[in-house]
Structures are given as C-alpha cells and as structure tokens.
Write a new protein. Structure first.
Lengths: 784, 158
C-alpha cells in the first residue's frame, strides 16, 4: 500500500496553528484554568533536609478562614517510583529533603491556603544528613533510606545497596587485559557538573475534580498516562477511575515527564467535592525543580599510538536526590552517551544513582547525555594531546560507523558521524585551535561529536475520517511548545491520507479518548506517535480505497490518494473526491476510522554485556557535530561565543523552519548550562538560587544566531525516515564550549558551569573546587 | 471605596486590597490571563502591560497606585480577528514555541517599534533586556522584528 500516497508531500514549512492564540494572550494553559468556583491549594513543605517528624498538627489550620480540607501522609500511604517504589507523596514520619511536602491545604483563596499552611504545627528531631555524593558514599554515611531493602522493586536487575539507589553496568570485552597492554597510553580524567533547572515558564500546575465517581485531572504534563497510573497507585484506586486531560503546556523540557503535583490536588478534590487548583510558585519551582542532576565522572582509556581505543573504563555518579525518580532509569543512558561516539575495543562502565538529602532530580532535554558528552569530549581531547594526534583526525578515524559495535554490543548501521564531520569541515575548514586575539583575549575553537538515542516505547493513535474529508487524530500526545503536535503530526497524517494538514484536527491529549502512550520526551513523539498515526492512517486508507474501488470499478491497488481525491494511478482527474467516497461509505460500511499502534521490540545487547539497564541498546541513534569559536577575557573570565555551528542528523526533515527553531532554542539552553546557570546547595540542603535574580538564564544579548546544516538519509525506523529533532540540539553544547575554552586557556577544563569566577580560578591555577577522589576510589574497589 | 481605572478601553473598578499586584488583579479578578505570572520579580517581562501607554511589569505594580490610569493588556491589543504587525511577523517567522513569554514580547516590541521604527539587531536585543524566553533562543524573534522595518523601507541594517 505504500505507493498509494506521496510521502514527499509531508515536507513543508507548515505554520503552527496555536501561534495566533498564544500571541493574543488567549491560550488557556493549566495556570490559566479556573474561576471563582475553583478552590486553591498550597503545600506545606519542610524547611529541613533530614529529620524525624515528631509532631504534625493540622487542627488549628483546619479552623482558619476559607479552609476546606487538609491532606497529609495518612491520605496517600502508597509509594511510587521508577524501578523502585521509594517515594511517598507526603513525608511520612521522616523528611528526606528541604522542600519535601508535608501537607496540602485547599481553601477558597490562595492567600487563605497559604495562611493555613503557616498555622500547621510541625516539630522535627533533626537527623544527620548527606548533601553530596562524596558524603553519601563515605564510610559509615547515614542512609537516606535505612529501609531500602524493603522497597517494592518495579523493574528487576539493578544492583542496589545503601545510598546507591541503582547501578547499571556495561562489560564488553576484557578491559583489564586492554589496560595491561604494553603498547598503549593510559589517559585518565575526572569531571564534575552541577544541576540545571528547566525553568519552564509555566510552572507545574494542576486542576483536579471529582466527577461522576472518577477523578478528572487537568494538568500541565508531558506524560498523561504516567500521571494516570501514578495517581491511581498512590490513591489506591483503579487506573480506570482517573481521567487526565492536558491543555497547551507552557514549556516542559523533561520537567513534566513525571507525575508531580497531581496527587495532591486529586486528594483534595475528593475530600471537598470541588475543583482544586494547585500551582507551584516560582520559588517552589526553583527550589524543588526536578533538575538535570549534578554528576561526578571518571574516565580512563587505553589508547594505541594510532588512536585505537582498546579499553575504556568509566564511572558515572548521578545524584538522584532524596528519591530515585528518573535517575534510576537514566543510569541506562550512560552506555549510549558516554559509551557512544567512538569505537571501543573493550568497555567497562559503572553508573550509579546516588541518594542524598537534597531535592530529587529528574529528566531534562538530552538528560545525562549533555554532561557525559562534555566529559567524553574533554577526555577525547586529552587523549589526542597525550598521543599527539590532531583532534579532528582522531575523531574522523575513531567515530562509530557502519557495522561497528556500540558499548552494549549493538551493531550500528550506516556511516553517519564520519560524513557529518566531513560536512562540517568542508564548510568551516579548521585553522587555528588557539590564539591570542589583538585585544588580548584568548581565542579557542573546538569541534565535537555527540550520540543521542530515541527510546521509542509504546504509542497508540486513532484517525477518524470525517464526512467533509477532514481527519481527526486522537493520541495522548501533548504540545509542550516544540511544535510536534502542531506541525509534524498533522503533516504526517495529511501526507498519508492525501489531504492538506490544515484539514487534520489534532485532539488535545485525553486519556479517556486516546490509548496508552509513554509521553512527550526524548525526541520520541514524532517517531513513536508518528508511527502509530501512520499505522492508523494505513487502516483508514485500506477501508477508503476498498470503498473507492467499488465506486470507481477498479482494484484498490490501482488507486492513489492525493490532494483530497482518490485517483487512478498516473491519471489525475480520473477519480473522485475523498469526500464523496466517505459519503458513499456511510451507506455501505459506515463511517471510516482506523487505529494504529507502535512500539519497537528493542535492539538486543550482546549477551552478558549490560546489567541494570531498562533498555539494552539504542532504538534510533541520533548524531550531532558541533563546532564553536570563543574569546575568553583573561582578566574577567568572561566568555564571548564568536561563532556556533552544527550539523544535526535528523533522518528526514519534515519542517525545516520548525527544526531551525528547535536548534536555536536548544543550543541556547545548552549555552546557559555551560556558562551561567548555576545551582549551589547550602548547608541546610536548600538551593541558594530561589528566583531569576540569582539563577542566570541566557538573555537576548547573550546569544548569537546558530548556523546549522541538517544531515538527512541516516537509517531510522521513524515514520517517513524521521528522527526527533528537538531533543538533540542541546546535546554537545557544553562539550563544545568546554573544549573551546580549554583550547583558549590551555587549562584542564573539567567542571560546569564555566562561570567567570571558575574561569579566572582556572587561569590563575587555583583549585577549582572539585574533589573527585571518591569516584576514582569507587572505581578501584568495584570490579563487579 | 475602590480603585478606578480604564482597562482595555472600559471603565473598571477594583475593590480588593490595594496592595494586590496588578498582575494578580488582572488574572484572578478580571480573569484576563494573557499577562503571565512567571518570575513575579520584575525580571522576565511575561507580565508586561501598558499603563498610560508605557510598558510596565504588572507583577510589581500595586493596584492602589493606578487610580485614574489607562491600562492596556495583551487582550486589548487589537481583537480576535486582527493581529498587529509584530504579532503577524511572529506568525510569519514561526517563532512561537510554548508561548508563555510572547504576550510580554508583543507588548515590549510593539511599544519599542513605535518610537524606534528602524532599529539595528543590537538595538532590538537591548530592547529585550527585560523579556526572557526559555524556549526560542531569541534570534528568530529578532529575525521577525528585523523583517518589519526592512520590508517597510527596503533598507537592511544589521
Ligand atoms: S512576572 Fe513580572 S516580570 Fe516576570
Ligand atoms: S516561547 Fe516559551 S518562554 Fe518563550
């Protein structure tokens, strides 16, 4: 049936249908829902990082003006989590991080709810705390979860013990033998990176109601089905009793990939019988953000003088904060990010998610790929220096290509990174990598590579072909701002049905209407929901062509859908309109609709290579080559980015202009991560950065136009050969800036963010504050 | 005894606590949710409205100070069927992503271009010092703005 449509019609610069309302201030995000009938909720959060709760008395607060209900741990006893159920909705008996919810209040106004929160009597007995991973892994460290062995395991295979919430391992080949060879140079490096806050402009927000015996959750999420199942689990109700709808989401970037505020509002809706709105204040959002985690990384490589990496041994510690959350799952990614890019003779990787008494972390655009790529690319440049090989030459020789093995033993298809590197230097030949500019600033240039992967997971779609030949697409996909639901999906559906994308109605996410979906994240939406939508369209097409074949007296195989018509192949004007066929169908088979589903069975790892991994190998690899030039002021430590360009592997570009927007936005988020966005945790276990004054987002004056070229044609299982394009632009920004700054300053750049004080400290040869003895120590004692 | 002002061309009155920020009064009492509460501290510009034609961050303005003023919000810029040139340029260049910053962007730039119809790129960036966007990386917004005066005058300045 593939020739019954013209795939090239999917490629166009379709404008966004949601732009007009957004520009007029008419879009109703979750924070804008509500009205006088809605109750407002506020959370009481702990102001200590580790304590036993000795008293929690809500009786006075309950009598405060306007207060309708208060909920505490007794109302939601269940534990949830990813891999391990370690996370209570409310702190129950113990507090494990500063900002942990203790109680939630619903009142007629937000001011009343906040006043009542203050009137709750809470008393603690403080417990010892661990605020850094070095502390958490020290001998005799207090355990964040003394009962860790009793938790329900939701996914088997991760090694756990004490403050190590989860460990994922890769072992391929004999690394010990590789390091023992006498013809290799051994290069070793340690790296440390801080947290990054998503700062989605719409905070996490929810409005919940109790309707006809079911819970209706209207929420700002990327993953409606996760909200549905987690809320049901912690409330102890059947999943079928939870209905999730999602309006326009005001930014996500991964923050909203997990269930967060929804259970609180839902419990209060049940208690009061009213709709309840709960919105994080900006301060709460800053201080309890499920950040990109801070991490400590150690890499050692055994390399021959020809640049062959015969052995690689790496340890990555990811701070999961007080609860495992996404980090448990994300330990899997190291194999494909830090273990990616290059051909490795043998490899051993230990990735540990470590509990600390700090706010939990989460998923953020390209997740640990961003810092693993920073560490890997800095390490690669150090290898080049050690063996005296040009960094471009080294990469050109060593990047993975067709039939090469990935870290977990999967076999890559196609030469992609090599040609992408060639494409970059063809346009921007490499001259000097370091210099001093006439104004005295230090010039540096670097070119890096990056590997990301799209984990597809299950998606479902329904397509209804309406009587007017428009089509309605029903999925659980959410528009978080990237445009996928506004552009790629209508373009895919339209091309499959031979209609214009303007005639494709995209239903907003609703778990009562759409089948299960993993959520919008990781670049999976276009691939996975797109593929399910294509399958649904194929179902529709089969039915439509069957009816048309009766009408037109020809075999379905002879028909093609194009420009709103069913035509005989090669004979434009010979057929009839889709509208007429649909109307005819109403009298023969009834209205036409189709359903489709997608999941990838998963690419297997080499047996015995990977343990504790949620996925063994990469469903869809995505590659990137970045290049930049910087000027570093040796006095102030200020970095100016002189040029930034990249080549991105997109499979097939459906909407060039929309991809441009994702690249510009994603790189700028990476610039913030690399240079200015810093989170420090004080001795109380709280973030020092509580708002926009202290957390430094890039401003218009800090950025530059990103030059880019798209690399098309790399193999992909995505619909029409697509790969997600929104996740990847951020992947090697910190790596590229870090390497360029290292070239400019001739210093060992091994921490992020590279703020002016850090850079001046580097230049002056002062300790830059990173003490990574614990990572190297772990490696030595851990050969499992 | 309330505070009286003109809101999007209509006389309105606010009877609540005069220390309430204009942003909260707009969003909660008048249910005009176009101005966004993002930072609440005057840094991001998502809450920008006009008071007597001048852009102000409404999160920092107590309603009590607004007696007799004329307030215009994003909802008061044109109507459902009309877009101003800045809004149209943003559509033409496909620059909107999550959209949360755009009501403020439109207010700032519409006002700025009235007094500075032919700014350079650097001048547009300077005009956006008080408007933060987390999604777009700004440059496409600047491209859209530059198209406006370039098409009007045929002149290209960078
Ligand atoms: S909300 Fe007013 S400036 Fe940010
Ligand atoms: S479009 Fe999302 S903050 Fe600007």
């Amino acid at each position: 049936m593939t020739e019954s449509m013209d795939k090239t019609t999917a490629v166009m610069n379709l404008p966004r249908r949601d732009a007009r309302d957004k520009l007029q201030g008419r879009t109703k995000y979750t924070v804008d829902a509500g009205g006088s009938d809605v109750l407002h909720a506020a959370l009481l959060r702990s102001d200590v990082a580790s304590a036993r709760i000795t008293r929690l008395d809500t009786s006075a607060a309950l009598k405060m003006p306007g207060v309708q209900a208060i909920a505490t741990a007794a109302d939601a006893p269940g534990l949830h989590g990813l891999g391990i159920a370690d996370h209570p909705v409310f702190a129950d008996k113990v507090v494990r991080y500063h900002g942990e919810p203790l109680a939630v209040i619903a009142a007629e106004t937000l001011a009343q709810a906040r006043a009542a929160a203050k009137a709750i009597i809470i008393e603690y007995a403080e417990l010892p705390k661990v605020l850094t991973m070095a502390e958490a892994l020290s001998q005799d460290a207090p355990l964040v979860h003394p009962d860790w062995e009793d938790y329900e395991i939701l996914f088997e295979g991760g090694n756990r013990s004490g403050n190590i919430a989860w460990q994922a391992t890769v072992d391929r080949g004999d690394t010990d033998a590789a390091f023992a060879r006498d013809d290799v140079t051994i290069v070793e490096g340690s790296y440390q990176v801080g947290r990054q806050n998503h700062v989605s402009f719409e905070p996490r927000a929810v409005v919940a109601s109790f309707e006809d015996g079911r819970y209706h959750i209207h929420t700002s999420t990327q993953a409606p089905w996760t909200v549905k199942s987690v809320t049901a689990k912690v409330l102890g109700v059947p999943e079928a009793a939870v209905h999730v709808t999602v309006p326009a989401v005001g930014g996500g970037f991964g923050l909203k990939f997990d269930c967060s505020l929804e259970p609180y509002a839902t419990i209060l809706a049940r208690k009061t019988g009213r709709s309840v709105s709960l919105v994080n204040s900006r301060k709460e959002e800053m201080m309890t953000c499920l950040c990109r985690e801070n991490a400590d990384i150690h890499i050692r490589s055994a390399v021959t003088k020809n640049g062959e990496i015969v052995g690689r041994d790496a340890t990555v510690l990811m701070d999961c904060g007080a609860y495992g959350g996404e980090q448990v799952f994300l330990t899997t990614m190291t194999a494909h990010t830090l273990g990616g890019n290059y051909k490795l003779g043998s490899v051993r990787i230990r990735t540990k998610a470590v509990y600390t008494n700090t706010p939990p972390n989460g998923a953020f655009r390209a997740c640990n790929g961003v810092y693993n790529t920073f560490a890997l690319e800095r390490h690669t440049d150090e290898i080049c220096a050690a063996i005296g090989m040009d960094p471009f030459e080294f990469r050109r020789r060593t990047v993975v290509g067709d039939q090469d093995l990935g870290a977990t033993g999967q076999v890559f298809e196609g030469n992609v990174l090599g040609p992408m590197l060639d494409q970059m230097v063809a346009k921007h030949p490499i001259g000097k990598r370091s210099d001093t500019l006439p104004d005295g600033r230090l010039y540096g240039r670097a070119t890096t590579v990056g590997t990301w992967f799209i984990f597809v997971g299950p998606s479902a779609a329904t397509v209804i072909l309406n009587a007017d030949a428009s089509a309605t697409l029903v999925t659980a996909g959410v528009e978080i701002g990237s445009g996928t639901m506004m552009q790629s999906l209508p373009q895919i559906v339209a091309a499959n049905l031979g209609i214009h994308p303007d005639a494709v109605i995209v239903k907003t996410a609703d778990t009562d209407a759409a089948g299960r979906d993993l959520g919008v994240g990781g670049g999976r939406t276009t691939v996975s929901i797109g593929a399910a939508s294509e399958a649904a369209c194929a179902d529709v097409r089969d039915k439509l062509l069957e009816v048309a074949s009766g009408l037109l007296q020809t075999k379905p195989d002879n028909l093609v859908l194009t420009a709103g018509r069913v035509e005989m192949k090669g004979r434009p004007g010979s057929g009839t309109t889709i509208r007429q066929v649909v109307q005819h169908a109403e009298t023969t088979i009834g209205p036409i609709s189709g359903s489709g589903a997608f999941t990838a069975p998963g690419v297997p790892a080499m047996p015995g290579c990977a343990a504790g991994h949620f996925i063994d190998a990469i469903d869809v690899p995505v590659f990137a080559v970045h290049d930049c030039e910087v000027a570093v002021d040796p006095v102030t430590g200020h970095v100016e980015i002189l040029s930034y360009r990249l080549v991105q592997d997109v499979g097939r570009a459906l909407n060039h202009r929309a991809i441009h927007g994702q690249i510009q936005g994603g790189v700028v988020q990476g610039i913030g991560y690399a240079l200015t966005e810093e989170i420090t945790i004080n001795k109380n276990g709280a973030f020092d950065q509580t708002g926009f004054e202290s957390y430094h987002l890039p401003l218009a004056g800090d950025v530059l136009p990103i030059e880019f070229e798209l690399y098309e044609g790399a193999p992909s299982i995505g619909p029409l050969g697509t790969k997600g394009a929104g996740e990847v632009p951020i992947l090697n920004v910190a790596a590229t800036l870090g390497c360029a700054i290292a070239n400019a300053t001739d210093k060992k750049v091994n921490t992020l963010p590279l703020t002016p004080p850090r850079i001046t400290a580097l230049l002056e040869g002062r300790q830059n504050g990173s003490n990574l003895g614990h990572v190297a120590r772990l490696r030595g004692g851990d050969k499992r | 005894m309330g505070v009286d002002f003109t809101l999007n061309g209509k006389p309105r009155s606010f009877a609540g606590d005069p220390r309430t920020s204009l942003l909260h009064a707009l969003r909660d009492d008048f249910r005009l949710t176009g101005a966004k509460d993002v930072c609440g501290e005057g840094f991001c510009g998502a809450c920008i409205i006009y008071v007597d034609g001048e852009p102000k961050t409404s999160c920092l303005l107590p309603v009590g100070a607004l007696q007799g003023t004329e307030i215009t919000t994003i909802e008061g810029i044109g109507n459902v069927d009309t877009l101003n040139p800045v809004q149209q340029a943003f559509i033409d260049f496909d620059v909107v992503q999550c959209g949360m910053c755009f009501p403020g962007m439109v207010m700032t730039l519409t006002h700025y271009l009235k007094d500075n119809p032919r700014p350079s790129r650097a001048e547009v960036k300077a005009a956006l010092t008080g408007n933060i966007c987390r999604c777009t990386g700004y440059e496409r917004i600047i491209d859209a703005v530059m198209s406006l005066h370039n098409s009007a005058s045929g002149e290209v300045r960078t």
